[in-house]
Write a protein that binds this ligand. Structure first.
Ligand code: ACK
Length: 257
């Protein structure tokens, strides 16, 4: 079954028929419900089916899941094709369970991919290419005034040799102030100026901070940033000049100024 790896003639994201979607396998749990691999028929007059990833909105409870679903629908709908951003194909919103349908990325989450590559080996060139892929994708998002706010290796997908930005449930259009409950903040990826109880101000620059942590995750092959002991005092640690340590195994030497 073909995977959507380059743009072909299909319409912008639109309402899809549930009857055109056939589940192939369950991939895991996403931010607002189950994620499945599926086959989608009748896409833009394509003969046969294409592989897609389908995100389900949980049916019961959790108003928060619905909010995240709606945000992801809104942001994903504003995107056009970009090779480093997961392609949004369409949605089912007229009947339950509601679905968001994306391009299927064969190799799955970057974080798992990096951890596996500790066993299989991976070239430094490929790691550098991954960092460039994410930078290209983020440059596109910022050109559309989208702030991702949850940039991390767990939210990047790998398709062939290419990284694609995914998971727009916490993304916003334009510069904003948000009050977030503390436990929803991915603290080790968040810029220190946003580690406040209310009115955190996010913008492209705060995404750049997260991108730095993501580069560290790539170069350390999926290790967790910072020691877990810093959890309650990461803001003070960063403001005091503390930083991520050199990724284990990195051969980079830093120039003293
Ligand atoms: O490593 P994975 O298979 O990649 O496990 C997670 C799981 O669903 C929960 O998020 C996978 N996943 C999410 N979106 C996609 C996608 N568009 N293509 C392929 N796998 C996906 C993710």
């Amino acid at each position: 079954m073909p995977v959507i790896s380059k743009p072909f003639n299909f319409p912008p994201a639109h309402e899809l028929k549930r009857s055109d979607i056939t589940t192939i396998a369950i991939l895991g749990e996403g931010n607002f419900g189950l994620v499945e691999k599926a086959a989608l028929k009748n896409l833009g007059g394509q003969a046969g089916a294409v592989e897609v990833a389908v995100k389900h909105l949980k049916l019961e409870g959790e108003a928060e899941a619905k909010v995240i679903f709606d945000k992801e629908l809104k942001v994903a709908s504003s995107l056009e094709y970009h090779p480093n951003v997961i392609t949004f194909i369409g949605f089912v919103t007229l009947e339950d369970p509601r679905l968001l349908v994306f391009e299927f990325a064969q190799q799955g989450e970057l974080l798992k991919y990096l951890k596996q590559s500790k066993m299989t080996g991976i070239s430094p060139d490929k790691l550098v290419k991954f960092t460039l892929d994410v930078a290209n994708g983020m440059s596109y998002l910022s050109s559309k005034a989208i702030i991702h706010r949850d940039l991390a290796a767990r939210n990047i997908l790998v398709s062939g040799d290419t990284c694609k930005i995914s998971d727009f449930g916490f993304s916003r259009l334009g510069e904003i102030y948000v009050k977030m409950s503390k436990d929803r903040i991915p603290i080790f990826w968040t810029a220190p100026e946003c580690l406040v109880a209310s009115k955190a101000k996010y913008n492209t620059k705060t995404d750049v901070w997260s991108y730095g942590v993501l580069m560290w995750e790539i170069m350390s092959l999926g290790e967790r940033p910072y020691s877990s002991g810093l959890k309650g005092r990461i803001k003070q640690y960063l403001e005091g000049g503390g930083r991520l340590t050199k990724p284990r195994g990195a051969k980079i030497t830093y120039m003293q100024s």
